[in-house]
Design a protein around this ligand. Sequence first.
Ligand SMILES: [Ca+2]
Ligand SMILES: [Ca+2]
Ligand SMILES: [Ca+2]
Ligand SMILES: [Ca+2]
Length: 338
Amino acid sequence: MVLPDMLNQIHPYKVLRFSTVALAALLCALAFNPAQAQQPKAATHPPTSHEEAAPATDLPQLVDITAKTGIHFTHLSSPENKYIVESMSGGVALIDYDRDGWPDIFFTNAPDVAMSLAGKKARSALFHNNHDGTFTDVTDKAGVAFPCWAMGAAVGDFNNDGWPDLAVSCFGGVVLYRNNGDGTFTDVTKQSGLSTDAGWATGITFGDYDNDGFVDLFVPHYVDLNLNDLPTLGSKKTCLYHEIAVQCGPRGLNGSSDNLYHNNGNGTFTDVSKEAGVSDPDKYFGLTSVWSDFNDDGKLDLFVTNDGEPNYLYRNDGNGKFTDVAYAAGVAVNSGRH
Ligand SMILES: [Ca+2]
Ligand SMILES: [Ca+2]
Ligand SMILES: [Ca+2]
Ligand SMILES: [Ca+2]
């Protein structure tokens, strides 16, 4: 999952606000045993005077419990958001990496441009769920601190050993971590064949589209950006908003194609994007993706959101090929309000 600033790029703090709200909601959910949460007890007594005094609202009441959880994580990037690559990062994934029945949390992190050019990295983090509403930072033991200039993450057991593995989308391709089952992970990007992925990967997702029992990986790509030739604030017409100098992009920048990787069942993947019909030859600005069998035919379909450009809804035709039906389904474009 990646948390992009899709709302308006001239308001750089929306990413932070959105991430904070999402995190607060997430932690509220995680504070409870999932099994208990799924089976709420029916009220067995009449409301007390205290309950009667509660605000008259049907809306759920959420409380920010972050400070009590032991989660101390700061997403770096840049609050100034001078460049689009500094405003589009920020992702989180729930992964019960130790299979104790309690979801643990992985946060991606990203440097700003100046840090990256100086060779500095941003530390991602994995927090273990202690079952009591608190979490422990296990990043270093797990070996997942510095996957890349990280954007989003996806969880899937790519080698079917029962232990959930972790894929991270990066400004610069993808990283695949194999879960060793002992609290540690191994970077298997190279041997998996996924190191060929290049460009700005965003909202990746695992799904077994061909029903062979092995999860496959879809990787949308966003803007084709060169760190050594970054368009600066207001440097061209598309970097102006009502004559105000703003961050450049995505409009006015080049996009990047998408990739579908078929899981070969032996720890390796093969790029099948073009034959499957999901390669995005028009190079739209891909942001995130989700597998779902929307027509209930037993075959996973794929929805890909593109920033400011038509989305894709790929219907799975069952022979390793997909057909984009986004326009017919009414999900290609929105009303275009600005
Ligand atoms: Ca766990
Ligand atoms: Ca696994
Ligand atoms: Ca598969
Ligand atoms: Ca389907």
